[in-house]
Design a protein around this ligand. Structure first.
Ligand code: HEC
Length: 210
């Protein structure tokens, strides 16, 4: 059994476990997958409690598209991307994301002085932010929305559709408004399944500038 079918096999257990996650108690019991998005009555997203146990896609260090990627003092920052296991398994099978996909971008402080480290950066325990990209086809225009979390324990606020998050992701995300070109285990899947966006294929077929 490979790890994808293992994740699928473990899914019924995850459903049972979800009942015991404290902050899900406020929502009504439903048959959706354990990692499906759950909203409160103000349309905010409940925090995905165990996203650190989801599938790890990639880390960026000081990627410059995001103003938040470098703090006020110019200090370095990592971002880590995770996706819920059911969506990952579907992507591997089809090359694109199913409805109810959730992707988490977690920003963390980059440290350089500590223990035996002399060069380079490692991730500190300081969490700088969490943003979640949710696919919920009947709920959001274009099928996707972003939520911003002030901390992992509060509900995430919906970022308005006019925000630059949406236009950059729509224009440059290689698959279905997500940045699969930076997720090394998924890019080959999208290439094989032929699901890369026309814009991404065009950008990559043009000869390099110098
Ligand atoms: C100028 C382009 C750009 C803008 C604007 C932008 N992003 Fe992104 N976003 C990226 C890139 C590039 C990645 C890939 C990060 C990596 O590889 O670590 C990414 C990844 C993400 C991910 C991980 C899942 C995915 O869709 O690939 C989330 C969540 C996310 N961004 C949220 C946001 C939010 C929220 C905003 C607005 C506050 C935003 N982004 C604005 C370029 C952008």
């Amino acid at each position: 059994m490979n790890r994808y079918s293992l994740a699928a096999a473990m899914f019924p257990l995850a459903c049972v476990a979800a009942v015991f996650i404290p902050f899900r108690k406020t929502s009504s019991v439903h048959a959706a997958p354990a990692t499906a998005p759950v909203y409160d009555k103000n349309e905010n997203l409940l925090p995905p409690a165990d996203y650190r146990e989801w599938v790890y896609l990639s880390s960026g260090l000081d990627m410059s598209y995001n103003p938040k990627s470098s703090g006020p003092g110019g200090e370095s920052m990592f971002d880590n991307v995770f996706v819920d296991p059911q969506a990952y398994a579907k992507f591997v099978a089809t090359g694109t994301w199913p409805d109810k996909t959730m992707l988490v971008l977690e920003s963390r402080e980059a440290k350089s002085k500590g223990s035996i480290n002399l060069r380079g950066h490692y991730q500190g325990t300081g969490l700088m932010g969490i943003e979640v990209h949710v696919k919920d086809e009947t709920r959001f225009p274009g099928g996707w929305a972003f939520f911003d979390f002030d901390s992992p324990s509060v509900h995430g606020t919906l970022i308005p559709q006019k925000a630059p998050c949406y236009s950059c992701h729509a224009a440059y995300g290689a698959v279905d408004t997500t940045f699969v070109q930076f997720y090394p285990t998924l890019l080959p899947v999208a290439q094989k399944r032929g699901t890369l966006s026309a814009a991404f294929l065009k950008e990559n077929s043009e000869p390099a500038e110098k």
